[in-house]
Design a protein around this ligand. Structure first.
Ligand SMILES: *[C@@H]1O[C@H](CO)[C@@H](O)[C@H](O)[C@H]1NC(C)=O
Ligand SMILES: *[C@@H]1O[C@H](CO)[C@@H](O)[C@H](O)[C@H]1NC(C)=O
Ligand SMILES: *[C@@H]1O[C@H](CO)[C@@H](O)[C@H](O)[C@H]1NC(C)=O
Ligand SMILES: *[C@@H]1O[C@H](CO)[C@@H](O)[C@H](O)[C@H]1NC(C)=O
Ligand SMILES: *[C@@H]1O[C@H](CO)[C@@H](O)[C@H](O)[C@H]1NC(C)=O
Ligand SMILES: *[C@@H]1O[C@H](CO)[C@@H](O)[C@H](O)[C@H]1NC(C)=O
Ligand SMILES: *[C@@H]1O[C@H](CO)[C@@H](O)[C@H](O)[C@H]1NC(C)=O
Ligand SMILES: *[C@@H]1O[C@H](CO)[C@@H](O)[C@H](O)[C@H]1NC(C)=O
Ligand SMILES: *[C@@H]1O[C@H](CO)[C@@H](O)[C@H](O)[C@H]1NC(C)=O
Length: 765
């Protein structure tokens, strides 16, 4: 290393520094700091190497030794145990190692090294839910699916609380023979439900394995959503009482702990995926994500591709960056990308004003002894028009606040933290107002004082009342749990990330929405002799919660159709999704207006229909290569994803919208007037079936022609192709940015719906 450094001329040194900056992912403005650090500080990198073609031995030890051979001499000679972080076997050909920036530079130049990913920090993004989705014991999908029996769901998350009643193995058979995972809890903590448990957080190969206890609760929550057992009398703080059941109550669970409460390191996430593939899971559930990036630089997309290659279904959260468009992550077509919707249960409280107006909202904390009558309201707008009740912000206001109901604006302070500030200053209660983008999506929290979260519109009304009233008063009425408490359910939650797809506009994302707002599921709780379950459940929101709902549904489908590919399962879920709410009206978003296609994808999951879709749109692994060539990725970029050499010039590449996806997304450049594409469906319904196409038109903008308009099947597994012509109608000066329609194949027994999204490029609006 020293030798090499001496030979560098000032120019090469400059280039070197810029490369280092690039590798470290920092801006040139911080260059001085970076340069000062480079020689000594170690950072973790994921080093992707070309898969050996000459190596026949797949023994883990051989692989490990081979990976080590890439380490620069400086790193190899220091304590190797501390430099090698992970050796990957399936999810990616490569390893994670701690390197100085100079070593990183050196390793990048070695033959066979394809790519260096700097370490990255990703973030983690139900008594009632199964009923809401139409899953009732003994009927529908659950009856046909055997409750997911025999299927293994790998949850890559923050660990698990193994003693939770949701992870009881009553009625769960032993794991299938293919299972080769392990359990790092003491023997008694794993059972036929929780069959695997490993931690990748603090991998110290010389020390004993660390049991993946969930210090946070997130992993316990997501696991119990996906495959929790029946637990009667589940409730959180006495609310939302009922029977808690995961989506696939007899499926097996394996936990791969890769996240702490603060972060999920990319190198650990990949290690979790790697182990899940090796262990033999059927479904991987990933309620986490990072930023947008091309798929060849996206480690999660690469790991998911490797899993898909082995027939494993990968379900991911879309992210919580809504309602803004192009905010979805996990956008690759081989991933199921899940957005979040509300359910029909509310844990209700009402803000009642002195003028008699009432505004419904929600809170988990429902005190029974709060009947003070109307109290004075305290709302003091600060300079920027926001009183967010952040810690310490009301400290000089105790005299004004004592015994009053304090109005807090949603700002940068978590609602529960705001409530603590109000409580600390002697406030009697809190009305917490949504921000404009939150709209009518009200989240349930375990508040520390009598409190209610109300919609943005309600907040505006409350402020108007305060503004024009000299002695404004209010109180909070606690109304407990209401089923059918949200007539517009399911509605897209404000935070649910939206499309269009930032990497591949011809693939609609998110794919689907599922329950993610105010979801009751398992939570770590203090184990004592009385085993008080009062704290064994918690209500949490996020696409983190919607993802495991879909992982569970995928497990149910897998148990009914063990031979279906991941793409076939995804197709069944998407083409049977519902686009209307419980009132039979179009699904709305947080504004209570109809949600657009980039919020809902194919619509809301409908598990009992998904089991019997009639037709499926399948995608083979070989189909992804022409697709990736069509994204104009280079051969070597595609190799980073598919882990083998490809030659795009020797195959016919396809535009992304031509992939046999169960939804259609097309963008029209200003000069383009017509786009044609084909789709191929396979008959998985009755052997003799006739389907007729029904088009939901995009009125006045694009005509949708389907050829042939009828499909006739005479055999099982028969495939038939059809063509879709999307033709711009009479030239409009300024089309809207997007529009939506659908094509539905309808037979006597089935209805197979493909949503159609159209983007108009260069439009004015
Ligand atoms: C596991 O069992 C061993 C031996 O019985 C015990 O010493 C240890 O504390 C247990 N660990 C945990 C995490 O319960
Ligand atoms: C790893 O384990 C060894 C042996 O038990 C111990 O000496 C070392 O401190 C551990 N390192 C870390 C980072 O925990
Ligand atoms: C559930 O709660 C009901 C009513 O509170 C009680 O009668 C019943 O025994 C409880 N069941 C269990 C299994 O705890
Ligand atoms: C409060 O009233 C004043 C005067 O009527 C008006 O200018 C202001 O916009 C009002 N503010 C709010 C938040 O309604
Ligand atoms: C459980 O109860 C028994 C008997 O009352 C007592 O001896 C023991 O210490 C208790 N254990 C815990 C963990 O509280
Ligand atoms: C790829 O390149 C071709 C030819 O230049 C172009 O027509 C096409 O739009 C490009 N595709 C993408 C996804 O950029
Ligand atoms: C890729 O395929 C083209 C056309 O078949 C061929 O001319 C070219 O040599 C191939 N490139 C490589 C690197 O194999
Ligand atoms: C249909 O295809 C599946 C999977 O390829 C196969 O298992 C099944 O036997 C086939 N059914 C018929 C009737 O050919
Ligand atoms: C993106 O968001 C903006 C602002 O909300 C909206 O006007 C626009 O229509 C959206 N674009 C698409 C393609 O949906």
């Amino acid at each position: 290393m020293v030798d090499r450094k001496c030979k560098l001329s000032p120019t090469t040194l400059m280039i070197f520094i810029l490369d280092v900056i690039y590798i470290l992912g920092i801006s040139p403005a911080n260059a001085a700091i970076a340069v000062a650090d480079t020689s000594s500080s170690l950072s973790t990198y994921i080093i992707q190497v070309r898969k050996p073609t000459d190596k026949h031995s797949s023994a883990v030890e051989d692989l490990d030794a081979w990976y080590r051979s890439f380490l620069p001499a400086t790193a190899a000679s220091s304590n190797q145990e501390q430099r090698m972080v992970h050796s990957y076997q399936h999810a990616l050909s490569g390893f994670a190692a701690k390197l100085t920036a100079e070593e990183a530079k050196a390793i990048q130049e070695k033959a066979g090294v394809l790519y260096l990913h700097p370490e990255e920090s990703l973030s983690l993004h139900t008594t009632h839910t199964p009923d809401f989705l139409g899953l009732h014991q003994g009927v529908g999908l659950w009856k046909d699916s055997n409750f997911g029996k025999g299927v293994i769901i790998g949850v890559v998350d923050s660990g698990i609380f193994p003693d939770h009643p949701s992870f009881s193995d009553k009625g769960v058979p032993p794991p299938p023979a293919k299972w080769k995972g392990r359990c790092d809890f003491n023997r008694t903590s794993c059972n036929n439900k929780l069959i695997g448990a490993r931690s990748f957080l603090d991998l110290n190969k010389t020390a004993q394995a660390i049991p993946p206890y969930d210090d946070y609760g997130h992993g316990t929550h997501t696991s119990s959503i996906a495959a929790g057992a029946f637990v009667t009398n589940a409730s959180a703080l006495g609310n939302a009482e009922g029977t808690a059941i995961g989506m696939a109550p007899l499926a097996h669970l394996a936990m791969y702990q890769v996240c702490t409460i603060d972060e999920c390191l990319l190198s650990n996430v990949l290690a979790g995926i790697d182990a899940a593939i090796d262990d033999g899971v059927d479904v991987i559930s990933l309620s986490l994500g990072g930023n947008h990036r091309p798929f060849f630089k996206d480690v999660m997309a690469k790991g998911a591709f490797a899993a898909t290659q082995k027939g494993i279904f990968v379900s991911c959260s879309a992210g919580n960056l809504g309602p803004y468009n192009t905010s979805s992550t996990n956008e690759a077509p081989w991933i199921l990308t899940v957005g979040a919707s509300s359910i029909d249960r509310s844990i209700k409280a009402t803000a009642q004003l002195g003028n008699g107006l009432e505004f419904d909202g929600e809170t988990l904390y429902q005190p029974h002894d709060f009947h003070p009558g109307l109290l004075p309201l305290f709302y003091l707008k600060v300079d920027d028009g926001i009183q967010d009740c952040g810690p310490g912000s009301l400290r000089f206001r105790s005299d004004d606040i004592r015994g009053k109901v304090v109005v807090c604006d949603s700002g940068s302070t978590e609602p529960v933290v705001a409530g603590q500030e109000v409580k600390d200053r002697g406030g009697a209660g809190m009305i917490f107002l949504n921000r404009p983008p939150d709209g009518y999506t009200t989240q349930v929290y375990k508040h520390v004082l009598p409190a209610v979260v109300v919609s943005y519109v309600a907040g505006e009304e409350i402020k108007r009342y305060i503004n024009k009233t000299s002695a404004a008063t209010a109180t909070i009425l606690f109304k407990g749990t209401h089923i059918n408490g949200r007539s517009a359910a399911p509605a897209v939650a404000s935070f649910s990330s939206r499309g269009p797809n930032s990497q591949s506009q011809g693939i609609l994302k998110p794919d689907i929405i599922g329950p993610g707002l105010n979801i009751l599921a398992g939570w770590p709780f203090p184990l004592d002799n009385s085993t008080n379950l009062k704290h064994a459940f918690n209500v949490v929101s996020g696409t983190s919660m919607s993802c495991p709902h879909l992982s569970g549904v995928a497990a149910l489908l897998k148990s009914v159709h063990p031979d279906w590919s991941p793409a076939a399962i995804k197709s069944a879920i998407m083409t049977t999704a519902t686009t209307s709410n419980m009132e039979g009206r179009p699904i709305v978003d947080q504004t209570l207006h109809p949600a657009d296609i980039f919020a809902t994808g194919a619509g809301h999951v409908n598990p009992s229909k998904a089991v019997d879709p009639g037709l499926i749109y399948d995608i083979g692994l070989h189909d992804y290569i022409p697709y990736l060539c069509g994204l104009n990725y280079t051969d070597s970029e595609i190799e980073l994803i598919v882990q083998k050499k490809v030659n795009c010039s020797s195959i016919r590449s396809i535009p992304d919208y031509q992939l046999n996806y169960p939804s259609i997304a097309v963008s029209f450049e200003p000069s383009v007037t017509k786009v044609s594409l084909t789709r191929t469906v396979r008959n998985v319904g009755p052997v003799k079936s006739n389907y007729r196409s029904i088009v939901d038109p995009i009125k006045g903008l694009v005509s949708i022609g389907v050829y042939p308009p009828d499909l006739v099947f005479t055999e099982a597994n028969q495939t038939v192709s059809y063509r879709v012509d999307l033709t711009r109608e009479a030239d409009r000066k300024a089309p809207p940015p997007s529009a939506q329609g659908a094509i539905t194949w309808v037979s006597a027994r089935h209805s197979v719906r493909t949503p159609v999204a159209v983007l108009f490029k260069g439009s004015q609006e």
